[in-house]
Design a protein around this ligand. Structure first.
Ligand SMILES: Cc1cc2nc3c(=O)[nH]c(=O)nc-3n(C[C@H](O)[C@H](O)[C@H](O)COP(=O)(O)OP(=O)(O)OC[C@H]3O[C@@H](n4cnc5c(N)ncnc54)[C@H](O)[C@@H]3O)c2cc1C
Length: 405
């Protein structure tokens, strides 16, 4: 049987979901490409940074995972340098990869806004593992310093600033504050001198989320001793001092920035039209017209719900768009009609330190505290265990090949 070659660019939430939804169909041969050898579970970064999870909880080896599906899925670790849709080819550093259909799922990176002077030089993002790793080390160092050091800290010496009070900023702040709160008895009360401030230009935290989520989250953050500054515009960042537009000066020892994203989109000729986040603007079927065999899913593309409202760039949306595209590719091959993309947000869960979360499902079910934590855990554990099972299969296959050789 002549197989269709599907190339998927990006081994994130969208890319992996596309593989899972296409692989059951023997008409396809799949190649997954990523610059890293691992899938990074960004949604768990907050726990990794605060020392609750370890590196093996937030990474999945892509080669072993792909091997778990058998010979029809191949993993290529390479930097994607561009695509040539006319020639139906992806350009990698050292090879060119032909395709029948292409799914772009290259996600997004932190946008260190160029108009905020010094932001890029003085702050960290968490959308890649190396940065999260550096942040974790710094957090540990801070706690250690406080345990060791009997003298009173200078202003800002123990101050962590988080620019951006969206989902990731809020979750990271809460987890760190909870670690400090929980362990200050063993670490020494000095550890409590570590201060965390969340800064956002919007009038409230978690812009775009429901009143219930915003209110419940604010109460929890305040109970953890986190300072929240809203309507606060960062003007410039110097080494050790954040300057706000209203002339407030915030001394800090470590700053992370989660206030914006910019899409990763492979270069292509002619250049494609994008929105202000650099996201690709697709047609109603998530294709990159006029190339009807090139699709985009996840954070790298502008996605809207049925009413035309923008969907937030989340793992949930990335997965839904990937499922849609996988289904559309199958239908087109069979000559069946394909409906335009439509999706809505089923719910949101915000992890707020330790065994506490706030959540909302289908706009009507509202939970907070331990129950919400358990529900969130169920979702994330389910995702992780699914990947882990596949890895185990892949690993066994690899070992069997090694034994024969
Ligand atoms: C701290 C944090 C907490 C979050 N919490 C939640 C949450 O609770 N719920 C939720 O739904 N979402 C959450 N998100 C958002 C979620 O992680 C993203 O929306 C999701 O990762 C998007 O998936 P994606 O597949 O589009 O891109 P990604 O997961 O970012 O994957 C893109 C992949 O493409 C690869 N890539 C990019 N460019 C290239 C290139 N040129 N060459 C080779 N490879 C390339 C990257 O290495 C990466 O593996 C959170 C994000 C963060 C940072």
């Amino acid at each position: 049987m002549q197989q269709e070659h599907i190339v998927i660019l990006g081994g994130g939430y969208g890319g992996l979901r596309a593989v899972e939804h296409l692989v059951g169909d023997p008409r396809f041969r799949i190649t997954l490409v990523d610059r890293h050898p691992y899938h990074y579970l960004q949604t768990e970064a907050y726990g990794y940074i605060a020392g609750r999870f370890d590196i093996h909880d937030i990474t999945i080896d892509l080669a072993n995972w792909c091997r778990g599906f058998g010979s029809r899925v191949r993993f290529v670790q390479a930097e994607i340098t561009g695509i040539d849709p006319e020639a139906r080819t992806v350009l990698l550093e050292e090879e060119r990869l032909g395709y029948d259909s292409l799914i772009i799922a290259t996600g997004a990176r932190t946008n260190f806004f160029a108009f905020i002077k010094g932001l890029r030089e003085n702050s960290y993002g968490v959308k890649n593992l190396q940065r999260a790793f550096a942040f974790r080390q710094t957090f540990e160092q801070l706690v250690y310093t406080k345990v060791e050091e009997p003298r009173d800290p200078a202003p800002g010496e123990l101050h962590i600033a988080i620019g951006g009070a969206g989902l990731s900023g809020v979750e990271i702040a809460a987890e760190m504050a909870d670690v400090i709160e929980k362990h200050h008895k063993t670490l020494g009360t000095n550890a409590k001198k570590i201060r965390i401030t969340l800064i956002d230009a919007a009038p409230s935290i978690l812009p775009g989320m429901s009143d219930y989520i915003v209110r419940s989250t604010t109460m929890r953050l305040e109970s953890l001793g986190i300072r929240i500054l809203t309507n606060a515009f960062i003007d410039r960042v110097e080494d050790g001092i954040i300057h706000l537009k209203d002339e407030t000066r915030l001394p800090y020892c470590f700053m992370i920035f989660t206030g914006g994203i910019i899409a990763n989109t492979p270069a292509s000729e002619p250049a494609r039209e994008t929105n202000r986040l650099g996201q690709i603007l697709p047609d109603a079927y998530l294709r990159l017209a006029p190339h009807m065999n090139v699709y985009a899913v996840g954070d790298c593309v502008e996605l809207r719900d049925t009413a035309g409202n923008l969907l937030p760039p989340t793992a949930q949306t990335a997965e839904k768009s990937a499922e849609y595209v996988a289904d559309a590719i199958k239908k087109r091959l069979e000559g069946r009609p394909v409906a335009p993309f439509h999706a809505k947000v089923d719910g949101v869960f915000v992890a707020l330190g330790g065994r506490y979360a706030v959540g909302e499902l289908f706009g009507v079910i509202r939970v907070k505290g331990y129950t919400a934590y358990l529900l969130k855990k169920l979702i994330t554990k389910g995702y992780y265990l699914g990947l882990k099972l596949r890895i185990n299969t892949g690993f066994k296959k690899r070992s069997a090949v090694h034994e024969i050789n």
